[in-house]
Design a protein around this ligand. Structure first.
Ligand code: GTP
Ligand code: MG
Length: 204
């Protein structure tokens, strides 16, 4: 898929106020600093469409970008646990869970994980939460430029193996990427293009 236009549309914390056009939408989620905003810029071939930073917590709010005038990319803040009750019950930030539960246009969530790290409980729990809520998602391994080719494959395989040992019967779609050397760009755009085509076929 060729990118012909990418424009920032709006930021907000209220899912009800997000754009209401019936276009397919993809959201980037993961821990702070994993590379969500950088990946959006890499995919769109734009330096600073989405705001990035070396310090965790750069992206706040739900940010919509309209691509090629017919689909949306959404840059989300990093997730983490928020303490909600006196009993120390842990939950994900409310507007993030609301976004995933209420956003009808969402066709796929991309859960980003740093390829160098072992599976982290917060990521596994979020994927499980997506599964329970029947929200389709794919895994994106980020920062692959930090590893040698052999190690990239080893780490990705070990990660998927862990999922299969847990609650998952089959591995979700997965991609290995680097925002610095553009690894994974074509594959990811092809994947999105395929889903877009299905979306427009069944919505016309
Ligand atoms: P929040 O908005 O804080 O949740 O972070 P984010 O997930 O959007 O991360 P962001 O894109 O801002 O990147 C965080 C840091 O990681 C920045 O210093 C980036 O330059 C760096 N980074 C992101 N992607 C890559 C990558 O593929 N390779 C390398 N080497 N560094 C990366
Ligand atoms: Mg960000």
């Amino acid at each position: 898929m060729k990118i012909t236009s990418a424009e920032f549309v709006m930021s907000n914390s209220n899912v009800a106020k997000c754009p209401n056009e019936p276009l397919p939408e993809y959201a980037f989620i993961g821990r702070s600093n994993v590379g969500k905003s950088s990946l959006i810029n890499m995919l769109m071939e734009r330096k600073s469409l989405a705001k990035t930073s070396g310090r965790p917590g750069k992206t706040q709010l739900i940010n919509h970008f309209k691509i090629n005038n017919n689909w949306f990319l959404v840059d989300l803040p990093g997730y983490g646990y928020a303490r909600v009750s006196k009993k120390d019950k842990k939950t994900f930030q409310k507007y993030i869970t609301e976004y995933f539960q209420k956003r009808k246009q969402l066709v796929c969530g991309f859960v980003l994980v740093d390829i160098r790290h072992e599976p982290q409980p917060v990521d596994l729990e979020f994927m499980e939460w997506l599964g329970t809520n029947q929200i389709p998602f794919a895994i994106i391994f980020t920062k692959a430029d930090k590893l040698k080719p052999g190690a990239i494959e080893r780490q990705a395989n070990a990660y998927l193996q862990k999922l299969l040992e847990g609650a998952w019967e089959e591995a979700p779609p997965h991609f290995t990427t680097s925002s610095t050397n553009r690894m994974g760009r074509e594959e990811l755009l092809e994947f999105i293009d395929g889903i877009n085509q299905d979306f427009f076929k069944s919505n016309t």
